[in-house]
Design a binder for this molecule. Structure first.
Ligand code: IPM
Ligand code: MG
Length: 390
């Protein structure tokens, strides 16, 4: 055993521990959530991303501009295009988010973001962090809220995925101790856990959901998941009107396909990686990852996106224009709700439900036999006017 490599690993760990301790202190010092109703103007950043990202983002932005036209005219809302979050530009700067792009993002209040391509080991791209993950950290978007609904089966789930900690906090900074030993690190902080737990319970209370399920693997990952579980239960004790139950991630994954049990779940709070995995499973039941939106919420900023990736294969095969914008349109509903435009959010949600499940005059298949992304967006706008006008 080479003692020097052990010492180097310990030094790397020391640095991570110091940084994470500082991050926990920074969370304590944060103020309250931004009050959008007090802003003179809300700036909505539009960030296309890679692959099908620019296509589905542009069409969703068009729908948002249509629905918010009066507010834009009155100068109360501004849409701002943010270029530069492309894989080419990120590789050129060797950064997950180039500095000038981050500055532009920080000048917005909320962001609608298309999927971005994430380099992975062996694909020849530099080892830069995923732009999603970097943005969640840089803007401290600590809660990833992912709703999944299947009304005919009585399923109405809202996942609160912790979004800045767990396996993701230092996910690209694990330590290769030597040729034979690699170690990654999982992070749980008191502040980081309490804030996601509180948001989940507040949501459950405000939306009359009677149950919060805490999901971990605390029987094995005892230190970090154990802390997450205990703190969530502690927060839960402040909400005696809400039933708390606890599950391990393996059995929860099974229970989501148990038709008798699954409709009992309402609000689910869980660490980052389990939330990543299980929300894809849940979205698939709803009709595919292309149908699910996601809200990344922090105190100062919020970012709304699809839960899926950039689908480079669709673009390579020349099918980009047939991409499904529904995930981004669902994310747009969440964006509207987040900035307090509840009436507009409601109209858009109803129009989407009508187009996707009821009328189905235009359907997306991802191929030529379906309509294009632009046609679908047009269909939603027409539906907004003809059926769900104010
Ligand atoms: C998601 C995605 C991202 C994640 C990827 C693209 C890094 O899968 O938003 O769920 O793992 O969080
Ligand atoms: Mg995912």
């Amino acid at each position: 055993m080479n003692q020097a490599s052990i010492e180097a690993a310990v030094a790397a760990f020391r640095k991570l521990a110091e940084e994470q301790a500082q991050r926990a202190e920074d969370i304590k010092a944060q103020g309250d959530f931004k009050d959008y109703s007090k802003l003179d103007k809300i700036v909505i950043g539009i960030c296309g991303g890679d692959g099908i990202g620019p296509i589905i983002t542009k069409e969703s932005a068009n729908v948002l501009k249509y629905i918010l036209a009066d507010e834009v005219k009155a100068g109360k809302i501004e849409f701002r295009d943010i270029d530069g979050l492309t894989i080419e530009n990120r590789v050129a700067h060797n950064k997950a988010i180039p500095d000038d792009v981050l500055e532009q993002l920080k000048a917005c209040d909320v962001i609608l973001k298309g999927p971005t391509t994430t380099p992975q080991a062996g694909d020849g791209l530099p080892n830069i962090e995923s732009a999603n993950v970097a943005m969640r950290k840089a803007l401290d978007l600590f809660a990833n809220m992912r709703p999944v609904k299947i009304p005919e089966e009585g399923i109405d789930w809202t996942f609160f995925r912790e979004n800045t900690e767990g396996a993701y906090a230092v996910g690209s900074r694990g330590v290769a101790v030597n040729d034979d030993l690699a170690m990654d690190f999982v992070v749980t902080t008191t502040e980081g856990t309490e804030r996601i737990a509180r948001l989940a319970y507040e949501y459950a209370r405000n939306n009359h959901k009677g149950r919060v399920s805490i999901v971990t693997k605390a029987n094995v990952i005892k230190t970090t998941d154990g802390k997450f579980l205990n703190l969530c239960k502690k927060v839960g004790a402040e909400y005696p009107d809400i039933t708390t139950d606890e599950w391990y991630i393996d059995i929860m994954t099974a229970k989501l396909i148990d038709e008798k049990r699954r409709k009992d779940f309402k609000v689910i709070v869980l660490p980052n990686l389990y939330g990543d995995i299980i929300t894809d499973e849940a979205a698939e039941m709803q009709g595919g990852v292309g149908t699910a939106g996601s809200a990344n919420i922090g105190k100062k900023y919020a970012m709304f996106e699809a839960i899926h990736g950039s689908a480079p294969r669709m673009v390579k095969e020349g099918r980009g224009q047939y991409a499904d914008p529904c995930s981004m349109l669902r994310a747009s509903v969440m964006l509207l709700n987040h900035i307090g435009k509840h009436k507009e959010a409601d109209r858009l949600e109803k129009a989407l439900d009508y187009c996707m499940f009821e009328d189905k005059k235009y359907t997306i298949t991802g191929r030529e036999d379906g309509c294009t992304c632009a046609e679908f967006a047009e269909y939603v706008m027409q539906t907004l006017t003809t059926k769900f006008g104010d």
